[in-house]
Ligand binder design. Structure first.
Ligand code: PGA
Length: 261
């Protein structure tokens, strides 16, 4: 695990965007795993800036989003289809056919989930998966208790997550109870993981994820088993880490040949 602590969300997001840009330049047909929520906003803004100002080319990139609410049509303002269109896809040149987001209206959810897994395999697997973390440690929508080997499937949100996400909906009771999410096993097969977490509200979950015992009770702890997981934090999100000085020292003293930022 590489823990990278920046002053603020914007500088952390720029570092994560550089990692993605580097991948896309080396491998123009890279497969990106994408996430939604408040956290990746600055990251998408920086990637859009790189596309518009520096010509970063996404024309061969394929994408798979982590999750979607069940029951929301793609054009619902709180759907993750809408989020992605508004915050990223409409401003970069990823062909529509290269974009994959679970279908919240799928009539046969299990077949849809199997097909989603197959589409990821057919694309050659995910090269880099962007992740956020819930205040309860969820990744994707894999709530505490999710099997660490789980695959894309239906999940029921916890009341806490419904509350956390109520800000995207008119009324808290409008937050759907069910979602389709990539499983933890699916996420772990990605070649690189880049988890972003900002703000004090994430400090406890981040502390557990990075330094706690691996447990389905804090799904993000599974990242400790991944050979290439990068954790981008701002100072408040890093505030409960015991080895914070060591992580900063490691980053400041990275050998030049190893630096990918
Ligand atoms: P947030 O959500 O970015 O809106 O905080 C993260 C998550 O729930 O994974």
């Amino acid at each position: 695990m590489e823990v990278i602590i920046s002053q603020d969300p914007s500088s952390a997001s720029i570092l994560a965007a550089r990692l993605i840009a580097k991948l896309v330049k080396i491998k123009p047909h890279a497969v990106l795993g994408l996430s939604t929520g408040s956290t990746p906003g600055d990251l998408y803004k920086e990637l859009i800036r790189m596309h518009q100002a520096e010509g970063l080319d996404f024309s061969r990139v394929r994408t798979f989003n982590l999750d979607e609410y069940i029951g929301l049509p793609p054009d619902h303002p709180a759907s993750y289809h809408s989020f992605m269109m508004k915050n990223f896809f409409r401003d970069v040149n990823i062909p529509h056919g290269n974009i994959h987001i679970p279908d919240g209206l799928a009539s046969d959810v299990s077949s849809h989930c199997e097909a989603y897994e197959q589409a990821i395999r057919d694309a050659g697997g995910i090269d880099l998966q962007i992740l956020g973390i819930g205040s309860d440690g969820h990744i994707g929508f894999n709530e505490p208790g999710s099997s660490l080997a789980s695959r894309t499937r239906i999940k029921t949100l916890t009341p806490g997550t419904r509350e956390d996400n109520a800000r995207f909906f008119g009324k808290p009771e409008d937050v759907p109870h069910h979602v389709i999410t990539m499983g933890i096993g699916t996420i772990m097969e990605s070649r690189t993981l880049a988890l972003l977490a900002f703000g004090e509200g994430k400090a406890k979950a981040v502390g557990g994820a990075v330094e706690g015992a691996i447990s389905a009770s804090n799904p993000a702890t599974v990242l400790q088993l991944h050979p290439n997981a990068k954790i981008y934090l701002d100072e408040p999100a890093a505030s409960s880490l015991e080895r914070i000085d060591y992580y900063k020292w490691v980053f400041q003293n990275k050998p030049a040949w190893q630096a990918d930022l």
